[in-house]
Design a protein around this ligand. Structure first.
Ligand SMILES: Cc1ncc(COP(=O)(O)O)c(C=O)c1O
Length: 362
C-alpha cells in the first residue's frame, strides 16, 4: 500500500525508504510520506560570531512538511499504526505533535484525536490540527495533565486508539534520522549538538541516532549533547518535576518530561549538559536567528542558540568546536509571539516623497 503524494523523481527521498536499514519497518509497513526529512544544515557565520560559536551550523527542522521535527517520528508512528490495523490515533500536545499527527492521520485516513492544554497552544499549530480534521479537546490543565489523559485513553479497550506521543517508541526511531543527516551533511559528527528540551524525546532520539551511526562505522565520533530547557520549565536542570511550568516557549512548557531517564543518559554518556535559559535569552536568540541568519523559528527552537551563547559567555565553549544547533520549528507557527517581537510597519502616503520621508531619506 502506498499513501501520500509520490513524485516520480524526488530530490527529497522518502524518509522511510532512505533510512530503512535503521528503522523497524517490515514488508507490511505502508509506504507513507509527506516529504519529511532531508532538511537543510546551514552554516550561520554572522550569528555564530555574535554568539561566540564561530563554527555554528543550524539544522532547519522547520522545513519539514508541517513545520517541525515531529514529522520524522510521526511518519514512522503512523505507518506502524496502519500496519497494526489502527483506525484512530491520539496524542497530547504543546502544539506541534498535534499538527503533525493531524496531517499524517489525514493522509493515511485515520481518525485523529488531540488533547491539549487550553489557551497554551500557539495559534498556527492549533489551526493546522483543526484544518486537517483532527478532533481537538482543550482541557483546563497543562501538558502533563493532557499526557496522563491520553495514556489512559490509549489503554481503555472500548474505543481502540493508538498513542502517537513520543512515548511511542516508533516516534524516536523516526526522529533519530535527523542525526544521520547532520553527519551526512557535515561529513562527520559535530563536536556539540545543541537542542531545546521539553518532553525530552528529541534529545534522546538524536543521541540514539548518533550512537547508531557510529556503531555502524559511518562516523568516527559522537557529539556532546547540550540540552536547553526554559528556566520556568526546567525539571531536568533542577532534578525534580515542575508543577506549574511557565515560559514564552510554549512548545517546551513541560514540567514532567516523559523521556527523563533517556535524556539523562544522553547527557551523561555523551559528556554533555542540560542547562536552563531565561525567556529573555530565548527571545534575544529568536530575534538574532531571524536578523543575523535569516532563520525565522518559533521561540522554543531559539533555546538551542540561546544556550550556546550562554555557554560561550561562561567560557564553557571551545571556539574551534563545530556546533550544530537544532532549530526545531518554524516561526509562522506562533504569529502572536512574533508580533510582540518585531518593529511596527512604517506608514506613509502613496507617493515617492512620502515614502522617502518615512524612510528618513529627506
Ligand atoms: C518546536 C519544538 N521544539 C522543541 C520541542 C521539545 O522536544 P521534546 O519534547 O522532544 O523535548 C518541541 C516539543 O514539542 C517543539 O515542538
Amino acid at each position: 500500500m502506498s499513501l501520500g503524494a509520490r513524485p516520480s523523481s524526488s530530490p527529497r527521498p522518502r524518509l522511510l525508504d532512505r533510512f530503512r536499514q535503521f528503522l523497524p519497518l517490515s514488508e507490511a509497513t505502508p509506504s507513507l510520506s509527506l516529504g519529511e526529512g532531508a532538511t537543510p544544515l546551514i552554516r550561520a557565520e554572522r550569528l555564530g560570531l555574535t554568539v561566540g560559536a564561530p563554527n555554528l551550523y543550524l539544522k532547519i527542522e522547520g522545513q519539514n512538511p508541517t513545520g517541525s521535527f515531529k514529522d520524522r517520528g510521526m511518519v514512522v508512528a503512523v505507518a506502524k499504526a496502519l500496519e497494526s490495523g489502527a483506525k484512530a490515533v491520539v496524542c497530547a500536545s504543546t502544539g506541534n505533535t498535534s499538527a503533525s499527527a493531524a496531517a499524517y492521520g489525514a493522509a493515511a485516513g485515520l481518525e485523529v484525536i488531540v488533547v491539549l492544554p487550553r489557551g497554551q497552544i500557539a495559534l498556527g499549530k492549533l489551526l493546522q490540527a483543526l484544518a486537517a480534521g483532527a478532533r481537538v479537546v482543550a482541557v483546563d490543565g497543562n501538558f502533563d495533565d493532557a499526557l496522563r489523559i491520553v495514556r489512559a485513553l490509549a489503554e481503555q479497550g472500548e474505543h481502540p486508539v493508538t498513542l502517537v506521543n513520543s512515548v511511542n517508541p516508533f516516534r524516536l526511531e523516526g526522529q533519530k534520522t535527523a542525526a544521520f543527516e547532520v553527519c551526512e551533511d557535515l561529513g562527520r559528527a559535530p563536536d556539540i549538538l545543541a537542542i531545546p528540551v521539553g518532553n525530552a524525546g528529541n534529545i534522546s532520539a538524536y543521541w540514539q541516532g548518533f550512537r547508531e551511526y557510529a556503531d555502524a562505522g559511518l562516523a568516527d565520533s559522537t557529539p556532546a549533547m547540550w540540552g536547553f530547557q526554559a528556566a520556568g520549565a526546567a525539571p531536568l536542570v533542577h532534578g525534580r518535576p515542575v508543577e506549574r511550568p511557565e515560559t514564552v516557549a510554549t512548545a517546551i512548557r513541560i514540567g514532567a518530561p516523559a523521556s527523563w531517564e533517556k535524556a539523562m543518559a544522553a547527557r551523561d554518556e555523551s559528556g554533555g549538559r542540560i542547562e536552563a535559559v531565561s525567556d529573555d535569552e530565548i527571545l534575544a536568540a529568536y530575534r538574532d536567528l531571524a536578523r543575523l541568519a535569516g532563520v525565522f523559528c518559533e521561540p522554543a527552537s531559539a533555546a538551542s542558540v540561546a544556550g550556546v551563547r550562554k555557554m560561550a559567555a561562561a567560557g564553557a565553549l571551545d571556539p574551534d568546536a563545530t556546533v550544530v544547533a537544532v532549530i526545531t520549528g518554524h516561526g509562522l507557527k506562533d504569529p502572536q509571539t512574533a508580533e510582540r517581537q518585531v518593529p511596527g510597519v512604517i506608514e506613509a502616503a502613496p507617493t515617492l516623497g512620502a515614502v522617502a520621508v518615512a524612510l528618513g531619506w529627506t
